[in-house]
Ligand binder design. Structure first.
Ligand SMILES: [Zn+2]
Length: 91
């Protein structure tokens, strides 16, 4: 189980999700970009949901579905937003 989690985390990192398994940049349904903590245990659950999860967006202050964003898919503006908006909630 642990090996599977580690393998998954590395697989995601190879695909361009550099922060996977820790601080991860995500985008909500409204297009807000922020940084959250996405732990592998939660991620495995998220896979079944299509790599998405429901959480509170600190930018729009609303509940929404968020999905991880690849570093390459972020504009400079979005990287700025992700750096400024962090969900500090402990998972
Ligand atoms: Zn939002």
């Amino acid at each position: 189980m642990v090996a599977a989690l580690v393998a998954f985390t590395f697989a995601m990192r190879r695909r361009g999700y550099s922060g996977f398994g820790g601080n991860t940049v995500v985008r909500c349904r409204e297009g807000h970009v922020f940084t959250t903590i996405w732990v592998p245990g939660v991620s495995l659950k998220a896979i079944r949901l299509g790599l998405a999860r429901v959480q509170r967006c600190p930018v729009g202050k609303h509940w929404t579905i968020v999905k991880p964003v690849k570093d390459d898919d972020l504009s400079d503006e979005e990287k700025q937003s992700a750096a400024e908006n962090r969900d500090i909630r402990i998972p």
